[in-house]
Design a protein around this ligand. Structure first.
Ligand code: TXA
Ligand code: MG
Length: 364
């Protein structure tokens, strides 16, 4: 039986106090609330309450071995949720926090005994993040407890960056959805492991490896072009799963702008001849070349990584809306935030990045 989901619209600039207090109480007392953060919408439960947390896994259809990030509104709350090891982990946690919090950085450190096992899926560590979105911060404050929250999509679908995305996936499954406007960043937070000899980015985001290295001295990044099922022991359980996937088959072509344009144009022609519905994701400068596609979505200007991040998940969801069976896109140089954008595209494509010139190996 679907449950009745309340929709609460909150002003993203001056959140109404009584609405925030109400939603905070729903979380505190064991309910589920979807709320905007600066990255993507999250699906929040009281991180101290194993019963509330269990409902997150049910509502999303999330595999039980994929741990949740714990969101806090201040350091006192963070210190209830985690216990960074003395020494380097402790030092990095506070110095990176001072630089990047509140903001789109999740740090993995030792967890505290107050966090139940189903939040971390039995791991001794816990991902902690202090979001900067005003609604998110006030909501966590009002809840008065750390908030465990994955992205508020049904498991496997693109993360939600707009209220409508959350509504499509979660209406009838959770207590409250806050409508707090679009998310500013558009890709999920950088997940940084501090429970290892050198800080390591497990999932790229708006805070880049270079940003972290400037503060930490050194920073590694997990090679995300290796598909998760080929990694013997994935460091971050979430990397094992197919993610962000539209219903159609996404193929990403690599090469020069000319090669990519030629290849996508050729693919559109053969798809049309075969009677397949198509969609293309391209930059502003390129969309004019794809008149043969049934739908074309822009990812913004060519060199504007922030625009690409803000547009990607919405564009993938809109592809579904057009019934596209084949979706084509070009690769960007994976620099700065485009590293995160390409990581999500790579996952959405199930690892299918095909050289544009390699005509023999068409999309699956
Ligand atoms: O921006 C974000 O991070 C959003 C918003 C809502 O804050 N949240 C989010 O959560 O993207 P989720 O659950 O969709 O992704 C969390 C990722 C997963 O890949 C998970 O495996 C990893 O973080 N993770 C969480 N705790 C971990 C831990 N203790 N060790 C390793 N990886 C962890
Ligand atoms: Mg997610």
């Amino acid at each position: 039986m679907p449950m009745k989901t309340e929709i609460v619209r909150i002003d993203p600039v001056n959140p109404e106090r009584e609405k925030i207090d109400y939603c905070g109480a729903v979380i505190r007392y064991g309910g589920l609330v979807a709320f905007p953060t600066e990255t993507v919408y999250g699906l929040g439960a009281n991180a101290f309450d194993a019963g509330g947390v269990r409902k997150i896994f049910e509502a999303k259809g999330r595999p039980a071995d994929n741990p949740l990030i714990v969101h806090v509104s201040d350091y006192a709350m963070a210190e209830l949720a985690c216990r960074p090891d003395d020494g380097e982990q402790h030092r990095l946690f506070y110095s990176l926090g001072a630089e990047f919090w509140p903001g789109p950085l999740t740090m993995i450190v030792k967890k505290s005994a107050l966090i139940p096992d189903n939040v971390t899926c039995g791991l001794p560590t816990c991902g902690i993040r202090m979001p900067s979105n005003v609604i998110a911060r006030r909501l966590i404050e009002a809840a008065g407890v750390p908030v465990a929250a994955p992205s508020a999509n049904a498991s496997g679908k693109p993360s939600p960056t707009r209220f409508s995305h959350v509504f499509d996936d979660m209406n009838g499954k959770i207590d409250v959805i806050i409508d707090g406007g679009p998310c500013a960043v558009g890709v999920e937070s950088t997940v940084l492991n501090l429970d290892c000899p050198v800080p390591t980015v497990l999932r790229p985001g708006a805070v880049t490896r270079g940003d972290i290295a400037r503060v930490a001295g050194d920073c590694l990044e997990f090679d995300w072009k290796v598909p998760g099922d080929r990694v013997e022991r994935p460091q971050s359980p979430g990397m094992k799963y197919r993610h962000y996937a539209p219903k159609g088959t996404l193929t990403v072509f690599s090469g020069t702008a000319d090669e990519i344009r030629e290849r996508i144009t050729a693919e559109l022609k053969s798809a049309k001849a075969a009677g397949k519905r198509t969609a293309v994701l391209a930059t502003d400068a390129e969309i004019c070349y794809y008149n043969d596609a049934d739908a074309v979505f822009t990812l913004g200007a060519e060199n504007d990584g922030r625009a690409h991040a803000g547009a990607l998940f919405d564009a993938l969801r809109r592809c579904d809306g057009t019934g596209a069976e084949l979706i084509f896109a070009g690769e960007f140089p994976a620099e700065d935030i485009d590293d995160a954008v390409m990581n999500r595209m790579f996952r959405a494509a199930g690892g299918r990045i095909v050289p544009a010139r390699d005509r023999g190996d068409g999309p699956a």
